[in-house]
Design a binder for this molecule. Structure first.
Ligand SMILES: C[S@@+](CC[C@H](N)C(=O)[O-])C[C@H]1O[C@@H](n2cnc3c(N)ncnc32)[C@H](O)[C@@H]1O
Ligand SMILES: Nc1c(NC[C@H](O)[C@H](O)[C@H](O)CO)[nH]c(=O)[nH]c1=O
Ligand SMILES: N[C@@H](Cc1ccc(O)cc1)C(=O)O
Ligand code: SF4
Length: 481
């Protein structure tokens, strides 16, 4: 079987089993086949031998020779991954004091799995279309970050819609505006078209990288948008963003890195090869990057395995990936679900197998994340026993999953983290975004709060809010559930 890489050449005769618990989908799951057996793949995984795409496919499917996830085989895969996690990174469970500050929801890309976006047309100054979206000018982004720094936050994570008025800098505005029909040729309308000007990407980076905070922003899709209509290299674009304060880039927009899947769920997005090129450009510009996979919609287990190979190859070449973040598809409010293309997201068993096989397959990526946003506390903790060793961050504000119909809230306090992680017999550890700085937390030495942030002094997160502050997305009343 070929190993992904975005050629789109992996025809429908080369798929695996999407697992019986996947929703309806575009690909034919009927006759999964690899040249490997489940038993051989499991033996290789246990022995620490580098896995092939076929091995990963067998493990993800608990064997492709029969349909359905086999519970006994699943436990064997989870156990191998949990053991590998312990050998490689020990018993620490890390998390970061971070804040999400997404700048705008305006986007015309039309990804069918996404309900974060609002049609950019609705944001135009003369539009009377009602929408619940937002655009924060740079000054507002800056105020949000300042407020979060006061609370002890270390990282700001910012991912946004591809607003048509967004440009990298003034020069980019000029290049885009010079087109005969900028709206249709390069998805550009000048800032004066809109009720709120998002500023340039450079201005947003400068606004958010204040007070020594770590700025984690500019996905490959955003880097594409910041260079559309030009021949600028990704490395040069990320270089300019880094000079403006960017510290690392999120590897979202990955979805499934196989073009025949992208053609179905995000035909307006960059292709696999471009995503890889953007990530390489970010690393070449000196940035760390994360990696993700959004799974559990139309793809098969073979696509998941091919995706993991794209990530592992990228890491072999660059060494710049700090973590792998499995993003379990939240289906409720998305076009894919509403149009009947899928009838659910992934099952919990699939979530567990994705974490486990990521741990086993990605032998060159140290950290695998469990997400309480996507899975909730109880299942998130279970994923920490399936190969994951990181439990993401405090985030304080959440818009992607909640708008898609997710219900697990927008915030976890350090108290929550310490209690949850000690309850499963592991050691809670505050980390920096790049994992290079660790602080082990003594559960008996409360109250608990961040200490790694530039203004952190150990005070519990929400006790430190500036009087009259509140720009940083006030957590909902049920935030501590
Ligand atoms: C909402 S976009 C924002 C950044 C930018 N527009 C982009 O696409 O890179 C960030 C990521 O959120 C994830 N996401 C969006 N909708 C989701 C959903 N319904 N369930 C799970 N993850 C989702 C996708 O992986 C997507 O790449
Ligand atoms: N998994 C989710 C994340 N993960 C990202 C982390 O919060 C953090 O930014 C990263 O680990 C770098 O330090 N973020 C979300 O907002 N939602 C998730 O589901
Ligand atoms: N915010 C993204 C997840 C994410 C962000 C940054 C990362 O580095 C990794 C993952 C989401 O909710 O889907
Ligand atoms: S995933 Fe990103 S690019 Fe796609 S519609 Fe949503 S916000 Fe736009």
């Amino acid at each position: 079987m070929s190993s992904g890489g975005g050629s789109g050449a992996n025809g429908p005769d080369e798929r695996g089993d999407g697992g019986p618990e996947s929703g309806a989908n575009e690909f034919d799951f009927a006759t999964p086949a690899t040249d490997q057996s489940f038993e051989n793949a499991l033996a290789k995984a246990r022995d620490g031998v580098r896995l092939t795409v076929d091995d990963a496919t067998e493990l993800l499917a608990t064997g492709t020779a029969s349909s359905g996830i086999d519970p006994v085989r699943k436990e064997a895969v989870l156990e191998a991954a949990d053991r590998r996690r312990r050998e490689e990174v020990g018993d620490e469970v890390t998390f970061v004091a971070n804040l999400n500050n997404n700048v705008t929801t305006a986007c015309n890309t039309g990804c069918l799995f996404c309900n974060f976006k609002d049609s950019a047309h609705a944001f135009e100054a003369d539009s009377d279309v009602e929408h619940a979206g937002f655009t924060k000018p740079p000054a507002e982004s800056c105020a949000v970050v300042e407020d979060a720094l006061d609370m002890g936050v270390y990282e700001v994570c910012s991912v946004s819609g591809l607003h048509p008025a967004f440009a990298l800098n003034e020069e980019h505005h000029e290049v885009l505006a010079a087109h005969d029909d900028p709206a249709s040729e390069v998805n550009y309308k000048p800032p004066e078209t809109y009720a709120t000007d998002p500023g340039t990407y450079v201005e947003q980076m400068e606004a958010m990288s204040v007070g020594g905070v770590h700025l984690h922003s500019m996905t490959p899709e955003e880097a594409y948008h910041a260079s559309r209509g030009t021949d600028w290299e990704y490395e040069a674009v990320y270089h300019e963003l880094a000079a403006a304060g960017l510290d690392s880039a999120p590897g979202t927009a990955a979805e499934i890195l196989v073009d025949e899947v992208r053609d179905v769920i995000c035909p307006g997005k960059i292709r696999t090869g471009d995503w890889v090129a953007a990530m390489e450009g970010a690393v070449a510009a000196g940035l760390d990057v994360t990696s993700t996979m959004m799974y559990g919609h139309v793809e098969t287990v073979a696509h998941r395995a091919q995706h993991l190979k794209v990530i592992r190859d990228l890491q072999d070449r660059t060494g710049g990936i700090t973590e792998f973040v499995p993003l379990s598809f939240i289906h409720q409010n998305t076009p894919l679900y509403r149009q009947g293309v899928v009838d659910s997201g992934p099952s919990r068993a699939e979530d567990e197998l994705v974490v486990a096989v990521a741990r086993l397959f990605l032998d060159n990526v140290d950290h695998v994340q469990a997400s309480w946003v996507k899975s909730g506390d109880a299942h998130g903790l279970k994923l920490l026993n399936c190969g994951a060793d990181d439990f993401m961050g405090t985030i304080l504000s959440e818009e992607i999953t909640s708008r898609a119909g997710g219900e697990y809230g927008e915030y976890r306090s350090f108290e929550d983290y310490v209690e949850m992680i000690t309850a499963i017999g592991r050691t809670p550890v505050e980390r920096s975004t790049d994992y290079r700085t660790h602080r082990r937390i003594d559960p008996d030495d409360g109250p608990h709060g961040p200490r790694l942030g530039p203004r952190a002094d150990g005070t519990p997160l929400l006790s430190n809010r500036r009087a009259g502050g509140g720009a940083a997305g006030t957590p909902p009343a049920d935030a501590d559930d």
